[in-house]
Design a protein around this ligand. Structure first.
Ligand code: MN3
Length: 210
């Protein structure tokens, strides 16, 4: 991830705002990147400006150390460093046209653990629909196996020592303009624009670093 230290800047999306149409609409992408992610970046920079000792840490390290800080500071750091990391990771995990399915070692591991890609999709979708309120669904590597899990708010699996492979932002701002309250329709659309190549690269990286 580029620009992973203070001062953080809102790096452009790796594709045009309308690139994910008709699955994810341009207006949602503009607001999501330019307003929502920008706010997390601004908040994180403002926090780090007041805490120079944290400025040398990477985004990942900030998330990992949030739990060790005094409660209010830790929560604010978790929310805003998580908001930057999770959004960047989510956006980088999308493309259009997308490969229809994963390939190589990630596909093999999915088949080994879930039985089929269809069963994986069902399990991931169920997890995404199970998030009460705002949060994310994730596919992570725990050092031994793949796991599907959810996190509330802007919490990140990095804080649990897990290695993210794929994520889906299920905050309402991610889909409300197109799908209103129907999260299932958004999850279906998202399945069409998963950057499986990026997920496969994340999987390989996770195998090395966990
Ligand atoms: Mn979001």
């Amino acid at each position: 991830m580029e620009n992973n230290r203070y001062p953080f800047v809102n790096t452009p999306l790796p594709y045009a705002y309308d690139a994910l149409e008709p699955f994810i609409d341009e207006k949602t992408m503009r607001l999501h990147h330019d307003k929502h992610l920008q706010a997390y970046i601004d908040n994180l920079n403002a926090l780090l400006r007041r805490h120079p000792r944290l400025q040398k840490l990477t985004l990942e390290q900030l998330i990992q150390c949030a739990g060790k800080l005094p409660r209010n500071l830790g929560t604010y750091l978790r929310n805003n460093a998580g908001g930057v990391y999770n959004h960047r990771f989510f956006f980088e995990g999308l493309c259009n046209p997308a490969p229809r399915e994963p390939s190589g070692p990630l596909m093999e591991q999915i088949i080994r653990q879930f039985g089929s890609l269809e069963k994986f999709r069902s399990a991931f979708s169920a997890a995404a629909l199970s998030v009460f309120g705002s949060g994310y669904a994730w596919l992570v590597w725990d050092g031994c196996k793949l796991r599907i899990l959810t996190t509330p708010n802007q919490n990140s699996p990095l804080a649990q020592g897990l290695c993210p492979i794929l994520t889906l932002d299920v905050w309402e701002h991610a889909y409300y303009l197109k799908h209103y309250n129907v999260r299932a329709g958004y999850v279906e659309d998202w399945m069409q624009v998963i950057n499986w190549q990026a997920a496969g690269q994340n999987f390989m990286r996770c195998q090395k670093c966990v």
